[in-house]
Design a protein around this ligand. Structure first.
Ligand code: SF4
Length: 224
């Protein structure tokens, strides 16, 4: 079976085994998505959600509102997230840039061709490749494949890339293996696989729904 066929089968098995979580259909604005992604850096999903909720309870999370509140108030709301002081400053700066350079909305960036939009997002403070790609895929519906820590690990274990592959190599490879129309669901489903079965320390290969399609899983089951 060639790699593309294996990727197609993996996606189909994952679709049968997982339901897309509720947050996938949340109607966050692009700016809220940017804020959540910045908060999520080095922070668990639970604490990211709590920090964002704390922030939204105080005011609507818009660039204008973030620009007008004090950095201390943002810090206070983000306290449950890691590096909250730094993140509060980044969010203030982002709000300032979005208001002053982009008229208070990310839409003008999203209308640009993918690579141009990506370059502009990557130049923003606190925005790395994953944040840029999440915004482009989730909010601008552009064909890019964000790579988070779970997808990084799972892609290597599935043998799609070698163990030393970096962000860009994995992104390019997954974009080749999956059809662009499937990037969104493949991104979410690979994260769910990483969280529930392909755990960092103890992958649960014997229970994993795609173990027959995974070289590492096959090897581990053979030697069990
Ligand atoms: S079989 Fe094991 S290594 Fe392969 S994806 Fe599943 S949990 Fe990960």
């Amino acid at each position: 079976m060639d790699e593309k066929e294996r990727a197609r089968k993996i996606l189909s098995v994952l679709r049968e085994n997982f339901t897309l979580p509720r947050w996938v259909s949340s109607n966050r604005t692009p700016f809220e998505t940017l804020v959540v992604t910045v908060i999520s850096q080095n922070t668990s999903d639970r604490n990211t959600a709590r920090a964002f909720e704390n922030l939204s309870k105080r005011f609507m999370v818009t660039p204008e509102n973030l620009l007008n509140v004090s950095v201390e108030e943002i810090e206070d709301a983000l306290r449950v997230a890691g590096l909250y002081r730094n993140k509060a400053r980044i969010l203030k700066k982002l709000a300032e840039i979005v208001v002053e350079k982009f008229g208070g909305s990310l839409e003008s960036i999203f209308r640009l061709p993918l690579e141009e939009a990506r370059k502009i997002l990557l130049a923003l403070p606190g925005v790395g490749p994953k944040t840029a790609d999440v915004l482009l895929l989730f909010c601008a519906k552009k064909p890019t494949f964000p790579i988070d820590t779970h997808i990084n690990r799972v892609s290597k274990r599935l043998g799609f890339v070698d163990g030393k592959a970096g962000y860009e190599e994995i992104r390019q490879k997954l974009q080749k293996l999956f059809d662009a129309k499937d990037y969104f669901s493949a991104h979410i489903l690979l994260i769910l696989l990483g969280r529930r079965f392909c755990k960092a320390r103890q992958p649960l290969c014997h229970e994993c729904p795609i173990n027959a399609l995974c070289p590492m899983g096959e090897e581990r089951l053979k030697n069990a």
